[in-house]
Design a protein around this ligand. Structure first.
Ligand SMILES: [Zn+2]
Length: 309
């Protein structure tokens, strides 16, 4: 396991607190634990997980080298490199960004300086060319990432790696969390990384500033479920641990339940205000709606809007 000296640990905790304030989520960091918790998911895929504010990282390693999926925040890179080094002595060759959000691309600049080749969907690179606005707390803005953070290779539809003895398929999902969400399927290890289209800790975030769609998210989850077999393991963009097909079905059911309940109210002639007052997700909020910066009050207007179009 990784150990930090006292000074580094204090700095790390300070930065984590900053990140947590930024993203409005609550989490506890134990002083005596390494920053990343490492999970062996299946085959050649590990997952690195740290307190809630940043996305879950996929690590695909073998004799050819390492492919990373996402890289959290700028200040996490040192811990990320240490966590990967604890898994393999091979070099990190490639990084794929599942989407544009700062908690998934924040280490790009640092990793590029380590000679890592960055890939992402066309839309991710385009959105890196300007200031970024994301929907947390109604809309917060991030400065344009540095040029070195941009993907060197982009794809419009799909791209495959042939690495470490298996094929890794990366492809664009329908507009869901954003309009540039990539799914990653490690065919030999039988592991899916779905980025923030799939999260197990809260209601799904539909980023309307960056082309997201609630109905698209249902479609995207359907595609992922259709790909999964009984042994497939699934890495969520956020949420503790990894899961499987049943975990995806639970979220798909959640989405369709919300859709159907709001549709019934719309069919009865309810306005958005009346729908919010009716609290159609009241029984779901305890499990899914406890993050103050994104809960039913943020999600329901989007569902209403899309179903009313
Ligand atoms: Zn995201």
């Amino acid at each position: 396991m990784i150990r930090y000296n006292k000074h580094k640990r204090a700095l790390r905790i300070f930065l984590i607190i900053n990140a947590l304030v930024l993203f409005g989520q609550v989490s506890a960091q134990q002083n005596n634990q390494p920053f990343f918790k490492t999970y062996q998911v299946a085959g050649k895929v590990h997952m690195l997980q740290a307190p809630n504010a940043g996305g879950n990282i996929g690590v695909f390693s073998g004799e050819d080298g390492v492919l990373l999926i996402d890289d959290r925040f700028d200040q996490d890179t040192a811990a990320l490199l240490e966590a990967v080094a604890a898994i393999t002595d091979k070099k990190i060759e490639f990084l794929v960004n599942t989407h544009i959000h700062p908690d998934h691309i924040g280490g790009n600049n640092n990793l590029a300086a380590h000679g890592v080749l960055i890939l992402a969907h066309d839309s991710v690179r385009l959105r890196m060319l300007k200031e970024l606005r994301i929907p947390r707390r109604g809309g917060i803005t991030f400065p344009q990432p540095p040029e070195a953070a941009r993907p060197v290779i982009t794809y419009s539809d799909a791209i495959s790696f042939h690495l470490n003895g298996e094929e890794v398929r990366i492809f664009l999902a329908p507009p869901a969390h954003t309009d540039g969400d990539s799914f990653v399927y490690f065919t030999g290890s039988d592991v899916l990384h779905l980025g923030d289209v799939f999260r197990t800790n809260m209601y799904p975030i539909i980023d309307k500033f960056n082309g997201g769609s609630f109905l698209g998210m249902i479609e995207a989850m359907g595609i992922a479920i259709g790909m999964a077999g009984p042994n497939t393991k699934v890495i969520p963009g956020h949420g503790e641990g990894f899961t499987d097909r049943a975990g995806m079905l639970e979220v798909h059911d959640l989405l369709t339940t919300i859709r159907d309940r709001v549709q019934i109210l719309i069919d009865q002639g309810s306005s958005l205000e009346q729908i919010l007052a009716a609290a159609p997700t009241a029984d779901l909020d305890e499990r899914w709606g406890q993050v103050p910066s994104w809960n039913a009050a943020d999600l329901l207007p989007i569902v209403f809007q899309e179903l009313s179009e």
